[in-house]
Design a protein around this ligand. Structure first.
Ligand code: BGC
Length: 451
């Protein structure tokens, strides 16, 4: 199949073609109109946490430029737009008082989408817990279920008349593992004593959020998103295969299985799971972690190759980088492998309990530099083409895929990498906020207009 033989119509007539962004990565305006600090604002103030000392305080200035940015989404030919709500903007104390200015802002964003005929997909939590709640323990405190529940109710009440498509959490594994086990992301917590409660509360909050939206928003289409990566053993030696299995459990199975009503993953060869089960008294909560999601959002960027290691505690596995393997990779060193994208989608579909799948994120980072006002990001175009082809193959084989969202609209604040990593279809000069459509953006427009 050459790429020219692929047409948007092959994905079906009501397919969601979109781009995704997130509040903490795009909005900026971090203390404006009543917003309080999120854990990412606080984390950025700590020395050495973010590459280059960057902060999300201004980011892509979406707060002031949302109209222009939505026009870009439209101009590039997309029909859907995924963005997240900032909890710290809507409830500056985390709970209690509602900030009317935040409600006005998000209603304007949503109304603008509708005016442009872009279907809004709203993510409730894309990693930016109000710092006020982090001071009380954040995701490690069981009260987070109450706090989150109230936040979801407020969002449902104020936006439910306009928004039908809801995403409860963005990648619970990422914010629990990177933020509560490894300390690389906000809030910078480490160790199993933080990781376990964060996992359990996120698994419960995810299902509870779904129940609240179901109750309060008639006709809602409800999903949540999971990061996923095919895990490849470095060799066929038994110890590498076992190491790959442990990483697979953590990276792919930890959150989807409780959401589907299966409880946490079971595997006697992985002692961590026994500890987690013991810590959570899982049997009491198995029904509470389950929710009948209308769709599951899958987010994939790369496969992970692993080998056994005695040096890394708990999981006894280490990653073999794409470069070391001699595999193609992005400028962040992430392996480019569209066949693995196909295989991981199939793997999730095989659970059987998933009704519909939307690819809620997929994309690549390169060191794009404007030359004569142009950004020739051919490698990103190739990345999208090969991944779309892989997605189509999965769809043709019966996977019920309903949408694809490219990550991301514009370059933005890439978490602990600051502004050093560019994923956008539109380039931003962060000194001037000048936007320039990259060749990949033009490519999307041509592809989608062919439809
Ligand atoms: C996250 C995005 C992030 C992207 C690229 C995903 O894990 O949801 O917020 O920018 O990956 O790292």
């Amino acid at each position: 199949l050459s790429f020219t033989s692929i047409h948007p119509k092959h994905f079906g007539n009501h397919f969601h073609w979109g781009v995704a962004i997130a509040a903490a990565q795009n909005e900026g305006a971090y203390l404006e109109d009543g917003k309080s600090m999120s854990i990412w604002d606080a984390f950025a103030r700590r020395q050495g946490k973010i590459k280059g000392g960057d902060t999300p305080f201004v980011a892509a200035d979406f707060y002031h430029r949302y109209k222009d940015d939505l026009l870009l989404v439209k101009a590039l030919g997309f029909n859907s737009f995924r963005f997240s709500l900032s909890w710290a903007r809507i409830l500056p104390d985390g709970t209690g008082r509602v900030n009317k200015q935040a409600i006005d802002f998000y209603r304007k964003v949503i109304e603008e989408c509708l005016k442009l005929d872009l279907v809004p997909f709203v993510t409730l939590y894309h990693w930016d817990m109000p710092f006020a709640l982090e001071k009380e323990g954040g995701w490690t405190n069981s009260l987070v279920l109450k706090w989150f529940g109230r936040y979801v109710k407020v969002c449902a009440e104020y936006f439910g008349d306009l928004v039908k498509n809801w995403i409860i959490l963005n990648e619970p594994l990422s914010f629990t593992a990177l933020g509560h086990m490894l300390g690389q992301h906000a809030p910078g917590r480490r160790g199993l004593n933080n990781f376990f409660p964060a996992i359990h509360h996120a698994a419960l909050a995810q299902a509870e959020g779904g129940r609240i939206i179901r109750e309060l928003v008639p006709g809602a289409y409800i999903g949540t998103t999971f990061s996923c990566s095919e895990i490849i053993p470095f060799t066929q030696r038994e110890e590498d295969i076992k190491a790959a299995n442990r990483v697979d459990i953590l990276m792919n199975r930890l959150f989807i299985e409780p959401a589907l009503g299966m409880g946490y993953p079971k595997d006697d060869s992985f002692p961590l799971l026994k500890k987690l089960e013991f810590f959570t008294h899982e049997w009491r909560y198995i029904d509470k972690m389950r929710f009948n999601f209308d769709f599951i959002g899958l987010q994939n960027y790369f496969p992970v190759t692993v080998k056994h290691s005695n040096i890394i505690p708990v999981i006894n596995a280490t990653q073999v980088k794409a470069k070391t393997k001699g595999a193609p990779h992005t400028d962040l060193g992430w392996e480019i492998n569209s066949e693995s994208f196909y295989r991981i989608i199939k793997k999730f579909w095989l659970y059987g309990g998933i009704k519909e799948i939307i690819i809620t994120e997929n994309g690549a980072s390169f060191k794009d530099k404007p030359e004569n006002g142009m950004i020739k990001d051919d490698k990103r175009i190739a990345y999208f083409q090969t991944h779309l082809r892989a997605l189509l193959k999965a769809k043709k084989e019966g996977v019920n895929v309903k949408g694809y969202f490219a990550w991301t609209l514009t370059d933005n604040f890439e978490w602990n990498l600051g502004y050093s990593a560019r994923f956008g279809l539109v380039h931003i000069d962060f000194k001037t906020q000048l936007r320039t459509i990259k060749h990949s953006g033009h490519w999307w427009r041509e592809f989608l207009q062919g439809g």
